[in-house]
Design a protein around this ligand. Structure first.
Ligand code: NAD
Length: 288
């Protein structure tokens, strides 16, 4: 009722549309108590100009979780889009990733400080992008930044098995997120379980197959899409949501950004979830 009154009073103002759309996105609670949107947007392979435009459009359509990385070379543009939106910084959750090449404490600190500078002095979540030989040191340094307050949460990306166990063993602050490739052709069922067992929320990268797989024209997904009057992309992203993972599709097209966030008004039946699960047989990987 309160929302309806608010809507009526502010109808026509863009800021109202913004907060309403953002309100509709489901949230998940991380092990450290932080509540984060379950859907966001990624900016891999986007130039600075593309990242700025894509994130600006995404924000307009309600995205508040944004995934960048040192490797993408667009942290600053990503942050500028957030800053220029005029929306309170506290409403956003910005993730970046430490590139796995720094071997000394000094170099790791320099890399993190550069990210902090690019991102306006605050990082909501920093991940180690890939396992590497100095990741124990990197983790300890990242923990120090959390204690000092400039990084709010830390996690991992592309960690499985022994590599994951090792970080869990040496960590005094546990990883809250593990970002891994995850989509219907590579659903990572065992990895999801391993992470959940350790209190780690899974985040799906390349949820749409990075445009390199045939996921969006897969017959099974198209058939399900027709049934729900949704697109293939929306069916896949809804499958992510119902699996309990965070998903971060990328697009530079406004219609796709709008479509990808419009997945909170329907649910896939158990039977349709299972039909999509069965596509794991295809075993396609988007990268590497
Ligand atoms: P993605 O799976 O999100 O697919 C992107 C492709 O799908 C693009 O070609 C885009 O044009 C197309 N697309 C998006 N929405 C569409 C729609 N509604 N209809 C039709 N086509 C649509 O690809 P991604 O960028 O590889 O993954 C998403 C994000 O995950 C990245 O941008 C990045 O932030 C992150 N990522 C992380 C890692 C890692 O190692 N941690 C690796 C890859 C990606």
């Amino acid at each position: 009722m309160k929302k309806l009154l608010f809507t009526t009073l502010l109808a026509g103002f863009m800021t109202m549309d913004l907060s309403l759309a953002a309100d509709q996105v489901a949230t998940v609670k991380l092990e450290n108590g932080m509540s984060v949107p379950q859907l966001g947007c990624g900016v891999w392979e986007l130039s600075e100009a593309e990242a700025y435009d894509s994130v600006s459009m995404a924000i307009k359509h309600g995205y508040r979780l944004i995934d960048t990385a040192q490797y993408y070379k667009n942290e600053k543009a990503t942050y500028n889009a957030v800053r220029d939106s005029g929306i309170d910084r506290d409403e956003f959750f910005i993730t970046t990733k430490l590139w796995p090449r720094y071997a000394t404490e000094q170099d790791i600190r320099m890399a993190i400080d550069t990210s902090l500078e690019n991102l306006g002095g605050r990082i909501d979540l920093m991940l180690i992008h890939w396992p590497y030989s100095h990741d124990e040191l990197a983790w300890k340094v990242m923990e120090d930044y959390v204690k000092k307050g400039s990084i709010r949460a830390i996690g991992l990306s592309n960690y499985t098995g022994e590599k994951l166990s090792h970080i869990l063993k040496i960590a005094t602050i546990k990883p809250v997120v593990n970002q891994i490739e995850l989509h219907p052709y590579n659903p990572r069922t065992n990895d999801i379980k391993e992470n959940l067992d350790n209190g780690i929320t899974v985040e799906a990268w390349s949820p749409l197959g990075a445009g390199r797989l045939h996921l969006l024209v897969d017959e099974t997904i198209i058939e399900i899409a027709k049934k729900y009057h949704k697109s293939a992309a929306q069916i896949i992203l809804r499958w992510d949501i119902q699996k309990g993972v965070i998903t971060i599709p990328r697009s530079t097209k406004e219609n796709h950004l709008k479509e990808n966030i419009d997945i909170f008004d329907f649910s896939l039946s158990k039977e349709d979830m299972e039909k999509i699960d069965a596509l794991a047989e295809v075993k396609g990987r988007a990268l590497w």
